[in-house]
Design a protein around this ligand. Structure first.
Ligand SMILES: [Zn+2]
Length: 233
């Protein structure tokens, strides 16, 4: 039992080193910057959608414009000297209508051009920010990789110690330990603390504690950790 507790202690050290890297300032920044990148990408995609709409509207205006021009050419071909007073009235109405329609189109065209210019500005700013954030992410990834690399010899050293201890450990108990590690339970072995489980702090019944004292160890019904009868720590 002592051997497995030693192994558990060594595993705890490895976990501490690894979580030190995972919880480092660099790792947290990387998570943040990755989020910024994601938001930036969706912003750029949105700009692309809006610019597609602008182009569609622009084409629509162009089509209307050409239609109006064609109409005005037809109107201009009418020779006033050949027309009677009624058709001259119609011509003036047509010309007025065409002029006002063209003015509306021109106004809309100007608005679209302004919108397009602003969009391009936003796009460039967003792309610059993306590039900048990407560079920061890459630098952080390098730093984290470096940290992991620096931690490797220490972890390897601890793992070598575990390897040695494994041979002396009770094999059935050690299998149990490893299978619980695989289920993401750590620590596996805990001591009874007063009348509570040293893992999940669940209060244990008197009956349970009596049985525990007889058997030396019993799994906690709440967290499945194996509670050791001897009170320590
Ligand atoms: Zn428990």
């Amino acid at each position: 039992m002592k051997t497995i507790l030693k192994i558990q202690e060594l595993d705890r050290q490895i976990r501490k080193i690894k979580s030190g890297v995972d919880n480092s300032r660099e790792s947290k920044l990387l998570v943040e910057f990755t989020k910024v990148m994601k938001e930036g990408r969706s912003f750029v995609n949105n700009i692309a959608d809006v610019s597609d709409e602008i182009i569609k509207e622009f084409n629509e205006i162009n089509r209307k414009y050409e239609m109006l021009i064609a109409k005005s050419e037809i109107t201009a071909k009418h020779k006033p000297e050949m027309a009677n007073i009624d058709s001259i009235g119609n011509l003036v109405d047509d010309a007025n209508y065409l002029t006002s329609e063209l003015a509306i189109l021109e106004q809309r065209m100007r608005e679209l051009t302004d919108k397009g210019a602003k969009l391009l500005n936003d796009y460039n700013a967003a792309m610059n920010k993306l590039k900048d954030t990407k560079a920061k992410c890459d630098a952080l990834k390098d730093m984290i990789a470096k940290k992991n690399e620096n931690a490797m010899p220490e972890i390897a050293n601890i793992e070598a110690q575990i390897k040695k201890l494994e041979k002396q450990a009770d094999s059935a108990m050690y299998e149990k330990y490893k299978s619980m590690l695989n289920d993401n339970i750590f620590p596996v072995f805990v001591h009874l603390k007063g009348n509570r489980c040293g893992g999940c702090q669940m209060e244990q019944s008197l009956n349970f504690i009596q049985k525990l004292k007889q058997k030396g160890m019993l799994p906690c019904e709440e967290c499945r950790r194996i509670i050791l009868a001897d009170e320590q720590e």
